[in-house]
Design a protein around this ligand. Structure first.
Ligand SMILES: Cc1cc2nc3c(=O)[nH]c(=O)nc-3n(C[C@H](O)[C@H](O)[C@H](O)COP(=O)(O)OP(=O)(O)OC[C@H]3O[C@@H](n4cnc5c(N)ncnc54)[C@H](O)[C@@H]3O)c2cc1C
Length: 109
């Protein structure tokens, strides 16, 4: 097995790592970024924290607006919440975000 040498090795492909790595590469350094899990590329925010919670909050806001639409002069039926879809949506958003992160990280040298 051949040894590889790097100027910097960043542990974790979260918000910090994916921001720092391209900056170091742009500065001419040979940088490796190590992420322990394929389902955590992009880090906590994208996969299990900020983005998923805000996506579910957005679903709740839509339901609330529809439920109270008459107050705005718009008559609608009572919203039916598809909880499985509410839970699935953040997973799809996270998957898309991981894809975008993979593309940007793959440009690292
Ligand atoms: C519910 C919630 C909501 C949030 N909302 C917001 C918000 O609205 N706005 C905001 O700015 N911040 C928000 N945050 C905070 C934000 O998620 C963190 O500040 C941010 O994720 C920190 O980035 P990081 O790169 O330091 O760590 P992380 O994003 O946690 O990344 C660390 C990465 O390192 C990897 N890792 C860990 N150990 C190893 C190892 N030994 N080897 C290889 N890889 C490893 C992990 O898998 C992970 O991908 C929220 C947090 C939570 C919990």
């Amino acid at each position: 097995m051949n040894a590889e040498y790097y100027d910097d090795i960043i542990i974790g492909g979260g918000k910090a790592g994916k921001t720092l790595a391209p900056a170091l590469v742009t500065a001419g350094r040979k940088t490796a970024l190590v992420e322990r899990s394929l389902t955590m590329i992009g880090g906590t925010c994208i996969n299990v924290a900020g983005i998923p919670t805000k996506t579910m909050v957005a679903s709740a806001k839509v339901a609330d607006i529809v439920r109270n639409s008459a107050a705005y002069g718009v008559n609608t039926n009572t919203p039916m919440i598809n909880l499985a879809a509410v839970i699935q949506t953040p997973l799809l958003v996270a998957e898309r975000s991981r894809g975008a992160t993979c593309i940007s990280v793959s440009f690292l040298k």
